[in-house]
Design a protein around this ligand. Structure first.
Ligand code: ADP
Length: 325
């Protein structure tokens, strides 16, 4: 049985990463395994920023947003010589295996480390829900609730003033934050990278609603598709609504994790520790049909994304209906 494992958070931070770390510490501790926290992801591995963490630390961070261990990006980790320094640091500390909480990029690093003799298990930590191999990722639910609260507030003022709004949300090429938030708040126009509307199509759709007398319209768009401020200007010019842009930005990344994110993080962490205790490495833990699974990292990196364009089309149709009073 292994005696010492490490845990790190990597890539973009996500609410619930702390709960994942806490879950790893608690599950390992119950098996008599010591846990070492690595500061700032792979950067800390290479720099030897490794410190023992315990169940009191776990309990302290469990409910907090962000990541107490810190996260960083280290592109040089793609080089074998750089990774060798990390492996040597782990071996020096007697750490035999590692839990990595992050996104696809972090999984690649975990896979390479496994090939170099350190068993790694990946946990899906990202608000974007863009890890194809898991139905939900740790942080998605919290970010989604943050977005929904923001859109509800924006709707209040748009409705008061007979205006339109362009709201831009994160997602990094995955439209789930926009799709789920648009569904939950009734946004009239939704555009994501899976089902992207042209600026002209957006303006036309808003114009139709304006001409039919709709009091307020919200255009919800994923990041990296448009310049939200310029799009708002065009919508205003075509539709006649006074139109404001709101880019939710990093408000989506912070905040206290929801109960569902904490639950997913902790149950996934328990499962990850079991994998390592059984000598498995090079796997990720994900949710598949509401069941935790551990599968080869290699298999997840090449999985095709589910086609959600039909679902988006349906919601667009439903949300564009209204009865003029
Ligand atoms: P995310 O994990 O959120 O997808 P990144 O893509 O930035 O975020 O990846 C996080 C880190 O994982 C990178 O900064 C790098 O240290 C490591 N990484 C990414 N790709 C690879 C790779 N091909 N080989 C080794 N390490 C990688």
């Amino acid at each position: 049985m292994i005696k010492k494992i490490g845990v790190l958070t990597s890539g973009g931070d996500a609410p619930g990463m702390n709960a994942a770390v806490a879950g790893v510490v608690k599950a390992a501790s119950a098996k008599g395994i010591e846990v070492y926290g690595i500061k700032d992801g792979y950067k800390g591995l290479v720099n030897g920023w490794i410190e023992k963490i315990d169940v009191d630390f776990a309990q302290e961070i469990l409910t907090r947003g962000g990541t107490a261990l810190g996260s960083a990006r280290l592109p040089e980790f793609k080089e074998e010589a750089v990774r060798q320094v990390a492996v040597d640091n782990l071996k020096k500390a007697g750490i035999e295996a590692l839990v990595v909480c992050g996104g696809d990029g972090s999984y690649m690093g975990a896979q390479r480390l496994t090939e170099m003799g350190i068993n790694c298990v990946g946990l899906p930590g990202t608000i974007d829900n863009d890890i194809v191999s898991s139905d939900y990722t740790i942080g998605f639910d919290t970010a989604l609730n943050t977005i929904v609260e923001a859109i509800d507030r924006i709707r209040d003022t748009m409705q008061s003033h007979n205006r339109a709004a362009v709201v831009e949300v994160m997602g990094n090429h995955c439209g789930d934050l926009a799709l789920y938030a648009g569904t939950a708040t009734g946004c009239e126009v939704i555009s994501t990278s899976e089902s992207q509307l042209t600026e002209e199509e957006i303006c036309q759709q808003v114009k139709v609603l304006a001409e039919a007398g709709k009091r307020s319209v919200i255009v919800l768009v994923s990041e990296k598709l448009y310049d939200a401020n310029k799009l708002a200007e065009k919508v205003e010019a075509v539709s006649g609504y006074v139109t404001r842009a709101t880019i939710l930005g990093h408000t989506q990344r912070g905040g206290i994790p929801t109960a569902m994110d904490r639950y997913l993080a902790i149950t996934s962490a328990i499962y990850a520790v079991e994998q390592l205790a059984n000598g498995n490495g090079g796997v990720y833990v994900g949710l598949d049909g509401n069941k935790l699974v551990a599968r080869d990292i290699d298999s997840t990196l090449n999985m095709p994304r589910k086609d959600k364009s039909q679902e988006i089309a349906t919601i667009r149709l439903l949300n564009a209906q209204f009865k003029n009073k």
